[in-house]
Design a protein around this ligand. Structure first.
Ligand code: AMP
Ligand code: FE
Ligand code: FE
Ligand code: ZN
Length: 283
């Protein structure tokens, strides 16, 4: 038996991935992973289907959510692992964010429609069974209309956070999100905190505040992190006593990220399971 292959960050059609939850888990098993986490943005809607698929394909499954939040006005993402999906403080925040994302997507489409052939119905059609709307669904509508060739081009040209068509959405303060995740028995890990090519990243003091609120780990090995950011984040994790993870942030065909391209150590997974309120699904 080779080293255990653990990938703790993927998305399905429940949010902005392109494969249904069962297919994400099946693809993880086919890619030779031993453990995969499903972490859709602001929802647990894919958990039941993913669990069923993990049992059928014989792969261990960590159930989670990538929680949208803000710090110093900057959008940040917090992975929550193994939380109680019915805990009210967290589900209330997720519902509020998901609701705000709809109005925000409508606003972005209104702005785009002044210059490009795109309608709200296009975005609804592209979102299919998503319960959480994101800019990738708007990107897909722009691709369908022939405005851009793919999601990457849509973000680079039109949807980027510093672009003319950007509208932010409500999200809880990072420290409040960390507390809500802990209150739900989840294990909070700061997702891609050094992805500076994608947009603004938070300064060091935010890590201290999140750690004080109960943050457990940092996602350090991620394709959007430069070597310099990995070095910086590893030092911050050591200083604050946080564990480090590595993951793919797989979105199906919506992004170049491949399953298993970054991995998390088995000792870190054991720590996550120890701190989490639910168990890893083991077929
Ligand atoms: P939103 O959650 O609506 O703010 O949109 C952010 C999401 O867009 C992220 O979770 C990524 O999945 C996706 N995204 C960001 N940049 C790109 C890109 N260059 N190409 C494809 N998807 C992207
Ligand atoms: Fe995403
Ligand atoms: Fe993210
Ligand atoms: Zn993600």
């Amino acid at each position: 038996m080779g080293p255990v292959r653990i990938d703790l960050h993927t998305h399905s059609t429940a949010s902005d991935g392109t494969e249904v939850p069962g297919d994400v888990v099946a693809a993880a098993a086919a890619a030779g992973l031993d453990v995969v986490a499903l972490t859709d943005h602001d929802t647990t809607a894919g958990w039941v289907e993913a669990t069923d698929s993990a049992r059928r394909h014989g792969i261990d499954l960590v159930l989670g959510t990538e929680v949208s939040a803000r710090a110093h006005g900057i959008s940040i993402h917090l992975l929550s692992y193994l939380q109680d999906p019915t805990a009210l403080a967290l589900t209330h925040e997720l519902d509020r964010t998901a609701e705000a994302r709809v109005g925000r997507a409508r606003s972005i489409v209104e702005l785009l429609a002044q210059d490009y052939p795109i309608t709200w119905d296009d975005v609804v059609a592209q979102s299919r069974d998503a319960v959480v709307l994101g800019r990738p669904h708007i990107a897909d509508a722009l691709v369908e209309r022939g405005v851009v060739p793919d999601r990457d081009a849509a973000f680079a040209r039109l949807l980027r956070a510093d672009g003319p068509y950007h509208v932010p959405h409500y999200a809880p303060a990072g420290v409040d999100a960390v507390r809500a995740i802990r209150a739900a028995g989840g294990v909070p890990v700061f997702a891609h905190p050094g992805a500076d090519a994608r947009g603004e990243i938070v300064p060091d003091d935010v890590f201290d505040a999140l750690a004080e609120a109960g943050l457990a780990g940092l996602e350090v090995d991620h394709r959007d992190h430069s070597p310099a950011q990995r070095t910086r984040l590893t030092a911050i994790a050591q200083r604050l006593g946080l564990f480090v993870t590595g993951s793919s942030d797989y979105h199906g065909s919506g992004k170049a990220n491949r399953l298993g391209e970054n991995l998390t150590g088995p000792e870190v997974l054991a720590e996550i399971e120890d701190q989490g309120t639910t168990k890893v699904v083991r077929p």
